[in-house]
Design a protein around this ligand. Structure first.
Ligand SMILES: [Zn+2]
Length: 208
């Protein structure tokens, strides 16, 4: 696949994320792995406006050329790829229910979001919430990538979620699954029951 085709694929996913209402304003950022580095969305540009002239190539040392600056979370993306050689795409969104969940008071600083459905149980399982760090900071990049080293998704306190995959579609599907589970959490309003650890382990034993 050529770089231009890879850009087109990335732009398509950006527009899809925006049309699904998973970001607002210039929030969220998306990248894919390409030869020698990554293609990533631009800083301060809405995903709705993603286009060939505002997708930025950044190498593994975080260098880029040209007037368009890459997303301020570029380090976070690069660290995720460095932590996992099998992933090809990183999606970061501020979808409303996931952000709301990330702002809730949990019993501990490092908490787990409950899983309500088997689909979520198998694809996400026990979603960790990492502590709050300033967006764009090295601390956030490190905290996210150390979670991503072990699993495909993580919730960032008072911020949003990161999902990774072997393709853009896979990463976006995961982000949507997390958003849906977060919505279910609020619809249940404390009246639901979530899957138990044993039920999640059974899912993994049967489907992995
Ligand atoms: Zn963000």
């Amino acid at each position: 696949m050529t770089l231009s085709e890879q850009k087109k694929g990335l732009i398509k996913i950006c527009h899809s994320i925006h049309s699904k209402g998973m970001v607002s304003g210039s929030g969220g950022n998306v990248s894919i792995m390409v030869d020698g580095g990554i293609l990533i969305t631009a800083s301060g540009v809405s995903l709705e406006s993603a286009a060939e002239d505002n997708i930025v190539f950044v190498d593994h040392q975080e260098r880029f050329s040209g007037p368009i600056r890459p997303s301020k979370e570029t380090m976070l993306h690069l660290r995720c790829y460095a932590a996992r050689s099998d992933i090809k795409a990183v999606v970061h969104v501020h979808s409303v229910y996931s952000v709301a969940l990330s702002c809730m008071r949990f019993a501990q600083e490092s908490s787990i979001v409950p899983a309500y459905t088997p689909g979520y149980g198998i694809r996400v399982g026990k979603l960790p919430v990492i502590p709050y760090f300033c967006p764009g900071s090295e601390e956030l990049a490190m905290a996210v990538s150390s979670s991503i080293a072990e699993r495909d998704s993580v919730l960032m306190r008072n911020h949003g979620l990161v999902a990774v995959g072997r393709s853009l579609d896979e990463a976006l599907n995961l982000a949507e699954e997390i958003e849906e589970n977060a919505k279910i959490h609020f619809i249940l309003n404390g009246m639901g029951t979530c899957l138990t650890d044993a039920q999640i382990e059974e899912l993994h034993a049967n489907y992995h």
